[in-house]
Design a protein around this ligand. Structure first.
Ligand code: SAH
Ligand code: SF4
Length: 361
């Protein structure tokens, strides 16, 4: 068992606490899982600790590079990750150079489950169904690998600073491991990477019970709600979860989250041609969001990643602009996101690996 899954489990201690602390320091501060790099632990013991406590539970099987800049350097890297039981997940690294600073930023999009049970019609992960939840060590390993890779890909000036829980899976369906992972990502003492919770975004299909639990947690991460439709009849067609918690209930839960943490809530809205991109949907969306004022919310419009074999296509540029302008005119803060990784078969939010897809067909 990986030591991250053992933290706090005090039984059957085989190593003194101070050795485990040293191991945690190598793991969280230096991203090292190689005993040969640990000068403060005798080599024989280090070797045993590595074997016992740091099994290779997440392996990078394949990397795809996309969004190359004019120097030919990829700005998006998609990882296909192999788990110990043969399942596969994906994670994505996105590099954002900053012309005003010597440092550049990297965002990691990580997975929380193998597949997903929620069955959203437009989503490639949804098509896989749920295989299983990821353990907290599998989630944390994605972060450690991302730190290592950030340096390898973009050098010492690049900083992994942001994490979005927007890969495969529904975070609220694996809640305890997600909250534990947030603690381990943000802790700046022994067991943690020391990132700011404010730079973490947890995205949910709109499970109201889950949103309430996220609101109860002490960390000030951002909540993103995948809305994708403003009316119940349409949202229920796109997202089965809407039959359990409707638009009204989801927005109320989002507003309560804002009230509790004073963190603006993101509303994710992927524009699907002739389905949810009409002026009427935009009006309704703006009106519903406006009921609580405008300072609690921010809409992210995302071009739909077209899933091969799916009936949905992305909205036209013109219709996207019309939609955006209606929201703006009604005072709703809105950003049009560019979709990263389109040249590598979709990036964040549209993950389902080719091998799994191959199995299906
Ligand atoms: N299950 C969570 C988080 C993973 S999905 C959720 O649904 O929020 C991450 C984001 O990608 C969500 O906003 C999801 O709605 C969006 N997404 C899924 N399929 C997409 C597609 N084909 N095009 C664009 N965005 C998509
Ligand atoms: Fe699951 Fe999110 Fe995809 Fe819906 S959009 S199927 S909740 S991963």
């Amino acid at each position: 068992m990986h030591f991250v899954d053992k933290i706090d489990l005090s039984s059957k201690k085989r190593y003194p606490d101070f050795r485990i602390k040293q191991l945690a320091n190598h793991y969280f501060q230096h991203y090292s899982v190689n005993y040969e790099e640990w000068s403060d632990i005798p080599q024989e013991m280090g070797k045993k600790m590595q074997q016992d406590l740091l099994p290779e539970i997440v392996k990078i099987e394949l990397q795809q590079f996309g969004d190359t800049d004019n120097l030919g350097k990829a700005q998006t890297v998609k990882n296909l990750l192999l788990l110990e039981d043969g399942n596969r997940i994906e994670s994505v690294l996105m590099h954002y150079p900053d012309v005003y600073s010597e440092f550049s930023r990297v965002t990691l999009c990580l997975s929380t489950q193998v597949g997903c049970a929620m069955g959203c019609d437009f989503c490639a992960t949804g098509k896989l169904g749920l295989k299983r939840n990821l353990t907290r060590a599998e989630i944390i390993e994605q972060v450690r690998l991302a730190f290592v890779d950030t340096q390898k890909q973009w050098g010492d000036q690049a900083r992994l600073s942001n994490i979005v829980f927007m890969g495969m899976g529904e975070p609220t369906a694996n809640l305890q491991n997600i909250l534990d992972a947030v603690e381990l990502i943000t802790d700046d003492k022994v067991n943690g990477f020391g990132l700011s919770a404010k730079n973490i975004t947890i995205s949910t299909v709109g499970d109201v019970k889950g949103i309430k639990a996220l609101a109860e947690d002490k960390h000030l991460f951002r909540l993103a709600i995948s809305l994708h439709a403003a009316t119940d009849d349409l949202r229920s067609k796109l997202m089965p979860m809407n039959k359990k918690y409707n638009v009204e209930q989801v927005l109320q839960a989002g507003y309560d989250y804002f009230q509790k943490k004073k963190r603006r809530v993101s509303i994710e809205y992927a524009l699907i041609k002739d389905i949810n991109d009409t002026g009427k949907q935009a009006q309704t969306l703006a009106n519903k969001l406006n009921r609580q004022g405008q300072n609690w919310v921010h809409v992210n419009l995302i071009p739909l990643n077209e899933v091969p074999g799916s009936k949905w296509t992305a909205s036209s540029k013109k219709q996207t602009e019309i939609f955006e302008n209606i929201l703006k005119e009604k005072g709703i803060p809105v950003t049009l996101r560019n979709s990263r990784g389109q040249d590598i078969d979709g990036a964040c939010g549209q993950l389902a690996n080719q091998k799994e897809k191959g199995k299906e067909s």
